[in-house]
Write a protein that binds this ligand. Structure first.
Ligand code: ASP
Length: 309
């Protein structure tokens, strides 16, 4: 079987601005497999490239939360050959959350959160790193404008947030003078020469969230899924993805013989167009990917996603 790595840069990523980043990540993942790595090594190597690229909302480019200073990240890995799943949620001050997620596999747990996750990272030897980037600061400024009613930035937050009176339940230590942010996540799916599949995913979450909010990324079967029949990674508003168990649902389609692009298209059509969604998938019958941002009649090109094989 041929090796393949497919990556994405998030549901709202724009190919004209960041396609080179997802291409580079896919090529790096494939190179890791070519050097003898497993599908899991390939997916993780690809996600690390995206975490280190500040254009994407994960790792260094992670979104700033509503208080204007907190950065909390979620990440997960799923090895389709062994069934191993490891995740961290609301982790702070690490450079590559996906590497910490991988170390969770060695523990008896599947998910470690918050301060416990950060301390776990330190115990595993990951140093202190504050993810600070100009793109995240710019995104935060746009969200502030939107929340203050100075702009109608519909990319920045979900319909649910626009309807919700978030001021009522503000739970940050700092006051509520400033505010909000767009979504996005990075993800990779990989198959190695032995036909093993894996998926990895990492995000700065969405800015318009309360302290401690956890999205789909570290939840089993929601943000990613990998098994003997393929691998899937999703992106978009986490709360909507969770309620559809999206990654597992797409995987089930692959497992019953659906061609990956058809499975991806079907998944995207489960959501109304005001919910930004993106999906990548690989299986025995090929690969597929796409998102619903941009031209609604031809949604496949409207997300940065890369393929290397
Ligand atoms: N799914 C991510 C989350 O809700 C965000 C994204 O993919 O855009 O945390």
């Amino acid at each position: 079987m041929n090796s393949i790595v497919v990556t994405h840069g998030g549901a709202t990523s724009v190919p004209a601005l960041s396609q080179d980043g997802t291409d580079k990540a896919a090529a790096t993942g494939l190179a890791a497999i070519a050097k003898g790595g497993s599908a899991l090594d390939g997916a993780i190597a690809a996600v690390m490239v995206l975490e280190d690229d500040p254009r994407f909302n994960s790792g260094t480019g992670s979104s700033i939360r509503l208080d204007g200073k907190t950065i909390q990240m979620d990440a997960a890995v799923h090895d389709g050959a062994t069934g191993d799943f490891g995740a961290v949620a609301a982790i702070e001050r690490v450079r590559n959350p996906v590497l910490v997620a991988r170390r969770v596999i060695e523990t008896p747990h599947v998910l470690i959160v918050g301060e416990g996750a950060t301390r776990f990272a330190r115990a595993m030897g990951f140093g202190d790193y504050f993810p600070d980037s100009a793109p995240a600061r710019e995104r935060f400024a746009r969200v502030v404008d939107a929340l203050k009613g100075r702009s109608d930035d519909t990319q920045s937050y979900s319909t649910a947030w626009r309807r919700y009176d978030w001021k009522k339940a503000w739970n940050f230590e700092t006051g509520l003078d400033e505010v909000l942010g767009s979504a996005d996540t990075v993800g990779a799916v990989a198959r190695d020469g032995r036909g093993r599949y894996a998926a990895a995913i990492s995000t700065g979450g969405t800015s318009i969230t309360f302290l401690g909010r956890v999205g789909d990324v570290p939840m089993y079967g929601c943000g990613i899924y990998a098994g003997p029949d393929g691998a899937v990674a999703t992106t978009g508003n986490g709360e909507d993805i969770i309620k559809k168990l999206l990654a597992k649902r797409v995987y089930d389609d692959l497992a019953t013989g659906t061609e990956p692009q058809a499975a991806v298209d079907r998944a995207i059509r489960l959501f109304p167009t005001d919910v930004g969604i993106g999906v990548i998938a690989i299986g025995a019958r090929g690969h597929g990917g796409g998102g619903n941002r941009g031209n609604p009649t031809d949604f496949r090109p409207n997300m940065s996603w890369g393929i290397a094989q």
